[in-house]
Design a protein around this ligand. Structure first.
Ligand code: FE2
Length: 176
């Protein structure tokens, strides 16, 4: 299957999957991408934002790891280490922001508060926080949290697919 087909398939598999109460996982993915685009994010960050929750896809349900690990492991071979790392850091970024930013902790959705507890609660991982990509992981987390609005505009699937194709093509060039 081409990158285009794989990206469309995994995105469409999120339709009707409800992790949050306000939007399904497809709308959440497309809103995350839109918030990243609004913020001037680079292609890899836009793609990581769009696909950070694919661990909730029924297509990847056979994986027994936590959903952030599933995203990391699916994305890395297709789109490179940075996309996989950024998506894989979205739970750690929530735990970090909950520990360091009182306003952030106070604004979490009810579902996010419950999942934060299950994910080990607020915490700072010093190794991650010192990583050069960490500021982008925190940006991704802000896009994620802003992508739960039933009235908000999302990116269209074609926009995300075009980004995915550019990122995958750049990976191929880099490997060649
Ligand atoms: Fe999310």
């Amino acid at each position: 299957m081409s990158i285009r087909e794989q990206t469309i398939t995994v995105l469409e598999s999120l339709r009707g999957v409800w992790d949050e109460l306000a939007v399904d996982e497809l709308d959440h993915a497309l809103q995350s991408a839109a918030r990243a685009l609004d913020d001037g994010a680079d292609d890899e960050l836009v793609l990581a934002a769009a696909l950070h929750d694919i661990g909730h896809s029924p297509l990847l349900a056979a994986h027994s790891e936590a959903h952030d690990r599933v995203a990391h492991d699916w994305l890395t071979p297709r789109f490179g280490v940075r996309v996989g790392w950024l998506a894989g850091a979205h739970v750690a970024a929530k735990r970090y922001l909950a520990a360091t930013d009182p306003a952030y902790a106070g604004a979490l959705s009810d579902v996010s508060i419950v999942s934060l507890r299950l994910q080990g609660g607020a915490a700072v991982d010093q190794d991650l926080a010192g990583h050069p990509w960490w500021p982008d992981a925190l940006r991704l987390r802000r896009f994620d949290d802003a992508a739960k609005d039933p009235a908000a505009r999302g990116a269209d699937i074609e926009t995300v697919v075009a980004v995915a194709e550019r990122v995958a093509a750049a990976q191929t060039t880099r490997r060649a």
